[in-house]
Design a protein around this ligand. Structure first.
Ligand code: V47
Length: 358
């Protein structure tokens, strides 16, 4: 086994990490040194820029056929806290963003038992009819896999229908932890790791870029995180279709794994830095401010993140229901510029495809 010192030297010289070396580095390197290495790597890719966009989320329902143990969002039919928007309600919500300058809508929700792919194509078309220039980044791989199979189609046929309707990118959710034994414990009935990869690989082949996530800080061990990142690095070597990686910290309020607690901020920063270093072929590492809270996000910028997501405008409930600080998450453009400047970087507005705006 190589010494941590030697691994640090080879990473600084630009070498690719093996799984074994990554684990040693993750366990043993001082936090400040991980930050230094990760920021050096970030600077090679995005210089002094930190990206954000003007976006909102659309969460059409919190009914879900799956019952993931970490989820605080799902409700069962008949619950006073359940919602299931009609198409008219979806349109009403989207109309609020006419002339707002938003460039992206992120659509994600529960996996609805009855809606098929034609329903979701109709939803995308209605969104685009109201906001024609806004990019639709829609549905986790698990939602996609379910709606496509539910309609008797192959992954490719299903994705082609959604792309024709106006879907431009796929968000990173549903990845959780790829290791099948851990996945079996935290979300036993959810779509599998193989399904997640099938959807993303097929989308990349069809020219659609996607994000990838990892839910960490619950029952998994460090080697499961390394394995997760290695599987993503392999996919990226094969397709080049991943735009951004987003580590998602397990938040423990209001779900059946609450007793586990939450990992420390230092653990968050180590995870961000190690993600930047292992995923040497993924252009962007996103510190999702809604999940970390604004203060940790600010620190994340000194640990290799080059994206903070967007303005959000109080349109998502997934994290406020799981215990995030901001119960009505929103961040103005001025606030984002000030946050990024405090860390010594430059905030740059981007679109969904990372083209710079303005
Ligand atoms: O897959 C659910 C996670 C994800 C909890 O692609 C939880 O730009 C922590 O993927 N604690 C959905 N995490 C959200 C997501 C996402 C978010 C922002 C940007 C992008 C992007 C993607 O939320 C789920 C799951 O991993 N999640 N419950 C929880 N209690």
């Amino acid at each position: 086994m190589r010494q941590c010192r030697d691994i640090i030297d080879s990473v600084a010289a630009g070498a690719r990490l093996s799984a074994e070396d990554a684990l040693t580095l993750w366990r043993e390197a001082p936090l400040w040194q991980l930050g230094e290495l990760a920021v050096a790597r970030k600077r090679e890719i995005s210089g002094d820029k930190v990206f954000y966009n003007k976006n909102f989320h659309l969460e059409p329902t919190n009914l879900c056929v799956f019952n993931c143990k970490f989820c605080s969002f799902r409700r069962t039919p008949g619950s006073p806290e359940a919602w299931d928007m009609s198409m008219e309600e979806v349109e009403q919500m989207v109309r609020r963003y006419e002339s707002s300058g938003v460039t992206e809508v992120h659509i994600v929700g529960g996996v609805h038992p009855r809606h098929d792919i034609y329903y979701y194509c109709d939803m995308i078309r209605r969104v685009k009819a109201i906001l024609p220039s806004v990019a639709v980044k829609a549905f986790t791989a698990i939602e996609l896999s379910y709606m496509i199979r539910n309609s008797g189609l192959s992954t490719e046929q299903g994705l082609r229908l959604l792309i024709d309707a106006g879907m431009e990118a796929i968000p990173g959710g549903g990845a959780e932890i790829f290791d099948e034994t851990v996945r079996q414990q935290i979300c036993p009935d959810k779509g599998s790791t193989a399904e997640w990869f099938d959807v993303h690989r097929t989308a990349h082949r069809l020219g659609i870029k996607s994000n990838a996530t990892m839910l960490y800080g619950h029952i998994e061990e460090l080697y499961h995180r390394v394995d997760h990142l290695m599987r993503l690095r392999e996919l990226q070597d094969e397709t080049g279709g991943i735009n951004a990686f987003i580590p998602l910290k397990y938040r423990n309020f209001g779900n059946s794994m609450s007793a586990i607690g939450e990992v420390s901020v230092v653990e968050d920063l180590r995870t961000l830095a190690m993600s930047r270093l292992i995923l040497d072929n993924v252009p962007h590492i996103k510190a999702y401010w809604v999940m970390y809270g604004k203060q940790t996000t600010e620190m994340a910028l000194a640990f290799g993140a080059d994206d903070i997501d967007g303005t959000i405008d109080d349109s998502t409930k997934i994290y406020s229901m799981a215990g995030a600080d901001d119960k009505r998450p929103a961040m103005s453009v001025d606030e984002m510029h000030a946050m990024v400047a405090r860390v010594g970087f430059r905030a740059v507005e981007r679109d969904t495809h990372y083209n710079e705006i303005g």
